[in-house]
Ligand binder design. Structure first.
Ligand code: MIC
Ligand code: SF4
Length: 652
């Protein structure tokens, strides 16, 4: 068995033999995490499900995304999260303590355990040898209720790493190379497992960078062995006792094999507007840059910022550049403050932002119009930076720091001999945990504090014999046709103006699919009024990116009953089902071309077919043309859909 199979086997519920790839497997979840921007909804759902005290071994509620507090909304959400978490005996990581994935790696991750989190970059802890999976808030709430988590048994891609990275080449370049080869769809239905001699040369934070951006491949997760490096990291974090060795069996098989030579790897950059639009740095040398942003859950570790400091030390940023640095955690910030590296960064002209997601989620630092921004982040989708016509490039902290000095994209290998790439590890990482609140029994069952911005969330409707209304012939109109790789940032944009409303679905709904069609919400409401609902049609990999359940809840609020696409991204598909929206896939992708906006479709005997396990449904258009669609769902998912969502089903 490979490592993925070993951990899944050890956590499998009710199945002694692992199913074949693609079939459903239920796993026991040891740990859960939430962050604030998906967390408010997850906890509202936890309350609706009447879950009570968390039954996971460990649950943590982080506040790291929505930190600006430009009005009362975010502060109210933070207070809600803290009080509801305390009530349910969940750890609280307060604003300022750091980005959930970075802190989880430092303080909580345990090799061989399972973790699900309401954030798509939860796989970061795969760097510690965990099976860590991003999920919608409802699934995380269910795991806190002690329910197993169901996934499709993944195929496993084995990535063999050989050799050792050269100075100026970073872990980020490894994952950009994997993205170049596999693309943003290449990981769907797969786990990416790393092995080989090269792994031993990578520290835990470097492995975490690689595992983190496996999310951009659409992968279920990524995983590294747990070895001496892992032990060393945990010892320095003061957590030696949780270490255990873990690796694939010597003769383990993989469904797909890749080999990457770390020794000959070049620095890479992902060009606008997709993380898989990757080229070698040589193609971009000299590209002028306006803004450089260093940070995010991908690249804000102690190691990353020490390398940045080493490059910036004694130098100054280019006059045309704005450089921001957001440390990943309070631990990282206090350590670079204490050892003087922060001073080197400041002296060079950087603007220090608070520890949190910051510009990665569009919380400030929108680039200038048509500006070029070079970021160490993981996503460069159009508009995510807050400036629709900007050009965002993704690269390593080394490239970012050196380019900030030069004013244009530059190759850090030029610094050979002037910069020490080997960063000595601290004897012990600094651990002041006063922003990390352990569960306190005296708070069990306490009153939950809600602000006026927290609005009830919509619930789906029980599915009947058809999806429409008799007076309009049971038909529903297609209200939008979108193309391939539509992200959840398109479906439910996030920026400094919208993030404060993550617990207010009625307000957010007005912005649903706005980047694709500014009239979407208006048209959906009109269709809801006239037909009782509507249909979204899309291409391949629909719903890639963030785990935000809002990308299902806002269409639900607007009356969307079905989404028909060529293929789905994993988390979004699960979120649609959990909220009672039918996820349908064209049996013949060419049928996409036969559809157009405004056309209406009808399906007969829907409930019967749904509960009867029918996998192919026939939709009929006005001109009696048939469109065959697949409903790929297991028995439980069918019951969830029929009930109009998981909460309806479980609450009877
Ligand atoms: C993101 O990177 O898009 C986020 C913000 O972390 C999301 C969660 C969210 O939308 O709140 C994610 O990746 O899941
Ligand atoms: Fe935060 Fe960005 Fe990481 Fe999402 S990708 S968790 S917004 S830092």
């Amino acid at each position: 068995m490979n490592l993925t199979q070993k951990i899944l086997q050890a956590h499998s519920v009710g199945q002694e033999i692992l199913p074949v790839a693609g079939e459903s497997i239920s796993i026991r979840i040891d740990q859960t995490l939430t962050q604030d921007s998906t967390g408010t909804m997850a906890y509202l759902q936890l309350e609706a499900l009447e879950v009570g005290e968390t039954r996971a071994e460990l649950s943590v509620a982080y506040v790291d995304h929505n930190m600006l507090q430009a009005g009362f909304e975010s502060a109210d959400d933070h207070r809600y999260i803290q009080s509801v978490a305390e009530k349910h005996q969940i750890w609280v990581s307060k604003p300022g303590n750091g980005i959930c994935h970075q802190v989880h790696l430092e303080r909580f991750g345990v090799p061989g355990k399972t973790l699900i989190g309401s954030d798509s970059h939860t796989p970061t802890c795969g760097g510690l040898g965990m099976i860590a999976i991003g999920a919608g808030g409802q699934d995380v709430a269910m795991a806190m209720g002690g329910h197993p988590y169901a996934i499709s048994m993944p195929a496993v891609v084995g990535v063999k790493l050989e050799g050792k990275l050269q100075g100026g080449v970073a872990a980020k370049d490894v994952i950009l190379e994997v993205l170049r080869q596999l693309t943003v769809k290449g990981g769907v239905g797969r786990v990416i497992e790393y092995y080989g001699e090269g792994v031993k040369t990578l520290s835990v934070p470097e492995r975490a960078t690689i595992a983190n951006m496996g999310a951009e491949l659409g992968a279920t997760t990524s995983v590294f062995p747990s070895d001496e490096m892992t032990k060393d990291y945990l010892e320095r974090q003061g957590r030696a006792e949780v270490w255990r060795p873990l690796e694939a069996e010597a003769d383990a098989d993989y469904d797909l094999d890749l080999t990457i030579s770390l020794t000959t790897l070049e620095p890479h950059v992902a060009k606008p507007h997709s993380p898989d639009n990757v080229v070698s740095i040589g193609e971009l040398l000299g590209t002028e840059v306006d803004q450089v942003c260093i940070g995010s859950c991908t690249n804000s570790s102690y190691l990353d910022l020490m390398r940045v400091a080493a490059i910036l030390k004694g130098r100054s940023i280019h006059p045309g550049i704005s450089l921001t640095v957001s440390p990943g955690s309070k631990q990282v910030l206090s350590m670079i403050a204490a050892n003087g590296a922060l001073g080197d960064i400041l002296d060079a002209g950087a603007r220090i932002l608070e520890t949190g997601c910051g510009p990665c989620i569009g919380m400030g630092q929108a680039p200038p119009s048509e500006g070029v921004s070079l970021r160490t982040f993981n996503r460069n989708f159009t508009g995510r930076s807050g400036t629709k016509n900007s050009f965002v490039y993704l690269a390593s902290p080394e490239i970012a720091a050196y380019s900030a000095i030069q004013g244009c994209i530059s190759d850090p290998r030029e610094l050979a001999g002037t910069v020490e790439w080997n960063i000595p590890w601290p004897e012990k990482f600094h651990n002041n945990n006063n922003l990390l609140l352990a569960p306190d029994v005296t708070k069990k069952g306490q009153e939950v504090l809600r602000g006026p911005n927290i609005k009830p969330f919509p619930l789906g409707q029980v599915i009947g014999e058809t999806w429409g209304r008799p007076d309009t012939g049971d038909r529903l109109p297609v209200i939008i046709m979108v193309g391939d790789n539509i992200t959840t940032d398109h479906i439910m944009p996030s920026n400094a103006n919208l993030l404060p409303y993550r617990s207010n679905i009625p307000y957010l709904a007005g912005f649903c699919l706005n980047p694709c069609d500014a009239d979407f919400a208006k048209n959906a409401e009109a269709a809801k009024e006239q037909f009782g609902g509507s249909i979204i049609v899309g291409g391949d990999n629909y719903g890639q990116g963030s785990s935000r359940e809002h990308a299902a809840l806002t269409p639900l609020y607007l009356g969307v009953k079905a989404v028909i696409v060529k293929s789905f991204a994993r988390i979004h598909r699960a979120n649609l089902i959990n909220n009672g929206i039918l996820p349908l896939v064209f049996a013949d992708p060419q049928d996409y071309d036969g559809l157009e906006t405004g056309q209406t479709l009808v399906v007969r005997k829907l409930r019967e077919q749904l509960l009867g396990g029918q996998s192919e449904l026939v939709l009929e258009s006005e001109n009696r043309r048939e469109v065959k669609v697949l409903l790929q769902a297991n028995d439980f998912e069918r019951k969830v859909l029929a009930a109009g969502g998981k909460i309806n089903l479980l609450k009877g």
